[in-house]
Design a protein around this ligand. Structure first.
Ligand SMILES: Nc1ncnc2c1ncn2[C@@H]1O[C@H](COP(=O)(O)OP(=O)(O)O)[C@@H](O)[C@H]1O
Ligand SMILES: [Mg+2]
Length: 598
């Protein structure tokens, strides 16, 4: 299982070794160019202004260039400006390198999250809050990005600036430098304490974002229903409440993290004032020159940003840890099991024989901890189901609403793994077949098929390349010709959100056309023609007759007309098969099965 850890991120970073080394070399060069600038102060102040011993100036006038004070000051100014310009150019280049590394790493993280989501089991999906997942993929991955980019672009350079400045300070006046360097860590230590709570606050804020996002996306997804029930106020109020909670958490995080940063800055500034006073004392009572004192002041300023960076690194690390923790909730989502041995029992067969033996199934509780507690109290939705569906046979399953027909169809096509029992497809146990392979060969047509807000053509092909003849054939079989003929742009008409422009019966026919195109070896109709009028349904099954001839067909329906042609019928009641037989046998036993349906 993939996982988001700080260690893992660092290991990923290591794969960019070459770029990192090059980028850091640029960064170090850029830094060196500006960090030496304060060293010109003693040159100007002590040698040129105060006229102390002319070490450098006399060397320069002898060997390089003779000029007066004005000339030297202007020359030094031009030189310093050039240094700054060059340093800026180098750091722009360096940022470009670092940004592309950090974006590549976060892209990789998103890809592996999407990869995991792709194989998440339907069971997990049913309890997943979509908004929560999307917010993790956006907000939390951004946080990781911030961590990566500050780590690689600032940490090394900042440490180097601190090191360089320390060396220079020691060289200028070692007693003063020692004082500064020993007191500085106390400042840093103090601020570590402040960072502890910031990670927790950030996590709370991100969680509030997640709750707001999932509440809003659910409201918008169900907008139609909500309007129909006149419940706009209720649902939008709920989102508003989440927005309010988000506001409170954001205020909390916003000002407290800012306060923590400002407080550590205050401590640093106080330290700076103390160092300044001590330096002045050093000038008064030791041999420190005024120019060198001013250079020390400059270095104290040079050290501000890197010290801040090093201090902030703790916050960035804390928030990155929090983000990883939340991202891992996605990686922990259960995936569809992949069987050890993978066989293909469908290859070379035109139809599928399905043999269900002693199948038991129950849904998981949606709440995590409840799942643990009531493991044994969950009731079975399907109990001891035994069915033998011959290859190429036409079987019907009937039963009252809630008797488990849809659940059983979902299991037969491999949407849910089950605890007990076995299903053999062409004689091979489900444990030896990948669920995805079952779905490839057995097609389940849902009662309420979902449509994409795309063209009619896309909704039929789902992006697969089919020939025009194949598409026309599917349209003809599914009785969609008239429907598409009436659309303004024919196959290229957009069907609207969730196919809103089509009626329920038309959507069901789109699903049937999809099934025809995918050319499965077995088909399960789960009340898939319930929204059609009897006349269209009859025409549809007539057109489907040849197509279904050699395939295995399982039909679930309430209407007698839909199942009257079945060769064998199973009757389901409260998750159990209570009766079975040919239509004639069942009718002979008890006419009420069918009269209830009519
Ligand atoms: N995803 C689910 N999670 C939990 N319980 C479910 C889920 N889907 C269906 N059920 C329950 O399983 C039982 C059988 O449902 P279903 O298979 O849809 O029946 P049918 O299709 O015969 O009307 C019902 O009691 C229903 O409440
Ligand atoms: Mg159903």
């Amino acid at each position: 299982m993939a996982e988001c850890t700080i260690k893992g991120i660092i290991q990923k970073l290591a794969t960019y070794r070459k770029e990192l080394i090059f980028g850091n070399m640029l960064a170090i060069l850029a830094t060196l160019l500006v960090v030496v600038i304060p060293l010109f102060i003693p040159l100007i102040v002590d040698e040129l202004l105060l006229g102390k011993d002319h070490h450098f100036i006399s060397w320069i006038s002898e060997h390089l260039w003779k000029s007066d004070t004005k000339g030297y000051v202007i020359a030094i100014l031009v030189f310093i400006l050039l240094l700054r310009l060059l340093s800026t150019l180098l750091s722009i280049l360096q940022t470009k390198i670092f940004v592309s590394i950090s974006k590549n790493i976060t892209y990789g993280l998103r890809v592996s999250l999407l990869d995991h989501l792709k194989r998440v089991s339907l069971k997990e999906y049913e309890t997943m809050r979509v908004g929560a997942v999307t917010s993790k993929l956006v907000t939390d991955v951004e946080t990781i990005d911030g961590f990566v980019s500050t780590t690689i672009s600032k940490l090394i350079v900042s440490s180097l600036i601190l090191l360089f400045s320390s060396v220079v300070l020691l060289w200028i006046h070692w007693q003063l430098a020692l004082f500064i360097l020993l007191t500085n860590p106390i400042v840093v230590l103090f601020t570590v304490k402040l960072s502890r709570n910031i990670g927790k606050l950030k996590r709370e804020e991100n969680r509030a974002v997640e709750l707001f996002q999932s509440s809003l996306s659910e409201t918008l997804e169900l907008f139609h229903q909500i309007k129909a029930a006149n419940k706009e106020n209720y649902f939008f109020k709920a989102s508003e409440k989440k927005a309010k909670e988000l506001k409170e958490h954001s205020i909390n995080y916003g000002y407290k993290s800012d306060a923590a940063m400002k407080l550590s800055y205050l401590i640093f500034l106080s330290g700076y004032e103390v160092f300044r006073a001590v330096s002045i004392l050093a000038v008064a009572y030791s041999d420190l020159s005024v120019g060198l004192m001013l250079a020390i002041f400059s270095y104290l300023w040079v050290m501000v940003t890197p010290t801040q960076d090093v201090i902030n690194f703790q916050y960035v690390l804390a928030t990155a840890r929090a983000a990883c923790k939340r991202i891992n909730a996605i990686f922990e989502m259960e995936q569809e099991p992949l069987p050890q041995v993978r066989k293909d029992p469908f290859k070379g067969h035109r139809a599928v024989e399905i043999d269900v033996r002693g199948l038991y199934f129950r849904y998981a509780k949606s709440c995590e901890d409840e799942r643990e507690k009531n493991e044994d109290e969950r009731e079975y939705i399907l109990e001891n189901i035994n069915m033998r569906i011959e290859a190429g046979s036409k079987v019907a399953i009937v039963g009252a609403s809630g008797s488990g027909k849809t659940t059983l169809s979902n299991i037969l096509v491999g949407f849910y793994p089950f605890e007990q029992g076995e299903i053999r497809y062409n004689g091979v146990s489900n444990q030896e077949i990948a669920l995805a392979m079952i779905r490839e060969n057995i097609y389940l047509i849902l009662q309420h098929p979902k449509l994409f807000n795309d063209t009619m053509r896309f909704n039929l092909t789902l992006g697969n390349a089919y020939s025009d003849e194949a598409i026309e054939n599917a349209i003809r079989i599914a009785q969609l010709g008239d429907v598409i003929g009436r659309l303004e742009n024919g196959l290229d008409t957009l069907v609207g959100k969730d196919g809103i422009k089509l009626s329920g019966g038309q959507r069901q026919r789109v699903a049937i056309a999809r099934m025809v195109l995918s050319n499965p070896k077995a088909v399960i109709f789960d009340e898939s023609t319930s929204a059609l009028d009897v006349h269209t349904e009859a025409k549809l099954f007539e057109a489907l007759h040849d197509f279904l001839e050699e395939r295995t067909v399982i039909t679930i329906a309430h209407r007698l007309s839909t199942i009257k042609s079945a060769e064998f019928i199973y009757v389901l009641e409260e998750g159990r098969v209570v009766d079975s037989g040919t239509p004639a046998q069942l009718l002979a036993k008890d006419e009420s099965y069918f009269s209830a349906m009519l």
